[in-house]
Structure formats: C-alpha cells, structure tokens
Design a protein around this ligand. Structure first.
Ligand code: PLP
Length: 351
C-alpha cells in the first residue's frame, strides 16, 4: 500500500501537531509498572499537586483532564449558574472552537463576546459588560470573566493588563477564569511569576494547558478558589473526565513540571516564532500582523506565496480571517532548521 507522508516539520498549523517530550514518554512508561490507587488517589497525582503548589506559591487543588476544552467547560460550569453569563473575547476559543461545550456544561449560561485588540478583552468594554442588566431577571446575570493567556492571536496580556481586568471582575462580584492552553508560553514571554499572572490578579480557576507544549493527553484545572473543588470533582466524574488510571495523566504532568521542562519547552517554542518573525520582516512582500509574543504568528502573504507553500507540502491555516492572512504556529519540537526552511520557501515563492 502506498502512503504519502508530509514531513511533520512542515506543518505549522498548530502546536498540536507536535508529539511529546521524551521525558514525558519515559515518565509514562515508568508509571506503567506495578499497581496504583485509581481515580486520582495515586502517589504521582499527589506529587503533581505538590509541584503546582510550589509553582503557584500557594495551596491549590488540581484536577487532571484529557483536553483543554474539558478544562475550560468544567471550570466555567463551576463558576456560573445556568442563568449566568460568561464575558469573553469574541475571538476566544471558548466562543468559537468548543462546539458549545461551555454552554452545555454550564447548563445554558450565555457567552457574551467582547471586543479588544489582539484577542485581549478591552477594559472599557468589560467595565460596561459586568454591570449590564445585573440583577435583572429578564436577562442573564454577569457571572464570570474568561481571559485567554496567551491569546488566540499569540499576544500576551501584560501583568498590568491582567491586574486591571481582574479587579473589574472582582469588584462587580464576578469570578475570573483563565484559559491557559498556552499558559507556559505566556510565563516564558513575560518572565514573571505564575502567581502574579493568576491568583494575585484574581484568577479563581486556571485551565493549565500542557498538551500543546509537551504532554500527550494531559491538561489540568488548577483551583485557586478551593471552595470550587468539590463541585469540580463531581462535574469531572459526570463528564467522564475522571480517569481510572489517572496515574498516566499525572506521570505526564509530573515530568512536565520537573526541572522546568514546561518553561524550557515554551521558551523554545516562543524563540522559534521570534526567529520566524525576524526572518519574515526581511521580506518586503510579507506583512506581519501584530507581534508574535508567544508561539503564534499572523501575517499577510501574497497569493502566489500561499499557493507555493501549499504545493511544497507546508501546512498552515490561511484565508480564514481575510484573504491572504496566514497563521503559523511553532512548538517545543520546531527546530531552527524547520524555521529556516520555511523562510527559504517563503522567499522562493515570493520574489
Ligand atoms: C486557546 C485554546 N484554548 C483551549 C483549547 C482546547 O484544547 P483541546 O483541543 O485540547 O480541547 C485550544 C486548542 O486549540 C486553544 O487554542
């Protein structure tokens, strides 16, 4: 049987196309030996919680889940009543790419999309939205603000920006959720403490993404507001997200958090996007759209360049936003050679 394989190094459509870090594979294999208590009562799950307490410099609870969408939907469900609203950016993953899971798991809470540059919620829009029809039984009750860090366009909320939005939510009595599918990339980009970026800005629950940055099948919900833990545990079980062999999720996250692998991987992914950005800047026909602060880069390419790259076997999203607009995503597994080859191909198909 003949099969056509495209070298994975040519796929820049998502960080999901990368495999897993060797340390994570090895840890998973080690966890396979012997017996362990099921459903999260195993020792490795305890180690992950302890490591996350250290990372975040406070006592947190942790639920291990298998997807970022599950982390988001379960978190939102634990933060809003069914008659509540979730204030989020109009370009957010929860609004556009989760098949209505947030609405489903919250039993019908309404997502209210807000504007703002670089997929970051505009503080003035938020100030208006947190008060909009609050207490009016004819409307949904503003209940949660959800921010994505790093954002869907590869931008990063600065500490100042987060410490502006957080109090707006809190002073109006709303909860704060962070979709951290690329949280490691944001920490690596800002070089700040994970605590500053989360609970010190008022974050109650964090979807701590890991699958885009080195694990195989494991993400986590980090619970800062521990009054939510019991409800989350029931919700996770009910959603089929309490794995009997949680030790395998835990082994992945344990290795991810050991010796700062999570930050090393994210730093590398960001550096590869920066390298790509610097190279694209030297090609006059390419228009960069915003700055790639983490590992996602948007640019405008001539039609012949898009077509040429596709015919070479390159993979990337294009023409979804506007004609000629392209998204490239790097990962922990992207090499300098991969980036340089892509730049070479862009030049070849452009000039
Ligand atoms: C910003 C953001 N949040 C959440 C997710 C959800 O991840 P999953 O595909 O694991 O459900 C993604 C995946 O692309 C994402 O980009």
């Amino acid at each position: 049987m003949s099969t056509t394989t495209v070298p994975t190094a040519r796929i820049f459509s998502s960080d999901n196309v990368a495999g897993a870090s060797p340390e994570i594979i090895e840890a998973t294999a080690r966890a396979a030996g012997g017996q362990a208590k099921p459903y999260g009562a195993d020792d490795i799950t305890g180690d992950v919680r302890r490591k996350l307490c250290e990372v975040f410099e406070c006592d947190v609870d942790v639920l291990l889940v298998s997807t970022g969408s599950a982390a988001n939907a379960l978190s939102l469900a634990a933060l809003t009543p069914p008659w509540g609203s979730v204030l989020c950016h109009r370009d957010s993953h929860i609004n556009n790419d989760e098949c209505g899971a947030p609405e489903f798991y919250t039993a019908g809470a309404k997502l209210v999309p807000l504007g703002g540059d670089d997929a970051k919620i505009d503080p003035d829009e938020l100030r208006a939205a947190v008060r909009h029809k609050a207490g009016d039984v004819h409307s949904v009750e503003p209940s949660v603000v959800s921010v994505t860090q790093a954002t869907e366009t590869g931008a990063v909320y600065s500490l100042d920006e987060l410490h502006t939005l957080g109090p707006v939510a809190k002073e109006a009595g709303l909860r704060l959720h962070m979709d951290g599918a690329r949280f490691a990339g944001a920490v690596a980009a800002l070089g700040c403490s994970p605590a500053e970026l989360t609970w010190r800005a008022g974050v109650d629950l964090l979807s701590f993404g890991a699958t885009k940055n080195g694990t195989m099948t494991a993400d986590a919900i980090v619970v800062f507001d521990r009054s939510r833990t019991a409800e989350l545990a029931f919700r996770a079980k009910r959603a089929g997200q309490l794995s009997a062999k949680t030790r395998f999720h835990a082994a992945q996250l344990d290795a991810y958090l050991t010796d700062d692998l999570w930050l090393r991987n994210a730093t590398h992914a960001n550096a590869m996007a920066a390298r790509l950005q610097e190279g694209l800047k030297t090609i006059t026909e390419v228009g960069l759209l915003g700055a790639a602060e983490a590992n996602i880069l948007f640019c405008r390419l001539p039609r012949q360049t898009v077509d040429g790259l596709l015919s070479d076997g390159y993979g990337f999203y294009h023409d979804r936003w506007e004609p000629g607009v392209v998204r490239f995503v790097t990962s922990f597994a992207t090499t300098e050679q991969d980036v340089d080859d892509l730049l070479h191909a862009v030049r070849r198909h452009t000039v």
